[in-house]
Design a protein around this ligand. Sequence first.
Ligand SMILES: Cc1ncc(COP(=O)(O)O)c(C=O)c1O
Length: 377
Amino acid sequence: MIEKQAAVAPDFAALRDEFPVTRNWTYLDLANKAPLPRCAQDAIPDFLREMNELGVREAFSKVRVEEVRASLASLLGVAPGAIAFIKNTSEGMNIAAQALDLQAGDNVIQAEMDHPNQVYAWKRLEERGVELKWVRNGEGCPPVEAFIEAMDGRTRVVAVSYVTFGTGCRVDLPALGAACRERDIILMTDAIQGVGILSASLPALGADIVVCGGHKGLLGLPGTGFLYCREDLIPGMTPPFFARASMVREVLERMEVGLAPDAHRFEIGNQNYLGLWVLGRSVEFLAGVGLAQVEERVRGLTTYLMELLERRGEKILTPRPWEERAAIVSIESPDPPRAAAQLREKRIIASARNNALRFAPHFYNTEEEIERVVGLL
Ligand SMILES: Cc1ncc(COP(=O)(O)O)c(C=O)c1O
């Protein structure tokens, strides 16, 4: 069991040194890709060494995959059997959309302006007569009432990002989850902009299904991620793909179908062993820092950034209260790609998204970096 919270406040200056990228760049783009901490980077040569010295096969260890599953589950406050490894958020959402057995006439509620990967996973179901209903949210977060208004007797699923990728607003998932439960509706969330940054355990989010790629707050590489599913839902879900890994051992010899009773049923084929080894190291690292400490630090840095931006008269698109945001702070910009390119010349990485310049600090950033960036706008 991983220790979730460090007993004393971490030494963030020392932790920053664990991120080699900080020597070269002011990296404010966690919302795009995470830099790897040194321990996770070291996993790569370790993997290769093991492969060469122990005779290849050992590096591709199913035992280690299960160890990473246990570490991740512990960090997120769920049982290992409730988690399947996936290659990215899109894959996880597609698996969930296909496995829920929606019928013609059923509907799925989504938020306008959500991430395209979220939208497309459900759009696929339109060809079977499933209706997609849209909650309008313009730039901001849709209030829970807007979702409730859209619900009707044929609503089977609400699918929404925990934290939106553009303006970074955080949906009130616990309230939305409660509204869904009252109506027997499944709540699925794409939590990639929240996991590893916010400290709430997955069950506390109130979502039935949570999907997340490993390459943002979890500090892993693209090509990894997880699909969490409330355990009592799993037996009723038929995954879109079958393989040996999805079955219980007893049926394999007879080539019969006997799906694993837990989230293994959503997995197929060889895993991304190297990616999971890296992810496992990052998860242990995050657990050592403590998610509550990470959240507190991100809250402090982003709040400071917002204060300085406000003082400069920038138009901030991200909501101000902490409960309505996470690591993203976006400002309006007349030419976001140009603004991002100009910052890059000064060795600062931020992203252009729609009409916004998006900053996404993490606990390896400093107040001095924030001051410099705002001074250069
Ligand atoms: C909200 C959200 N969902 C999904 C993704 C990425 O999807 P995938 O993991 O499938 O590449 C991103 C960003 O890359 C995102 O911001």
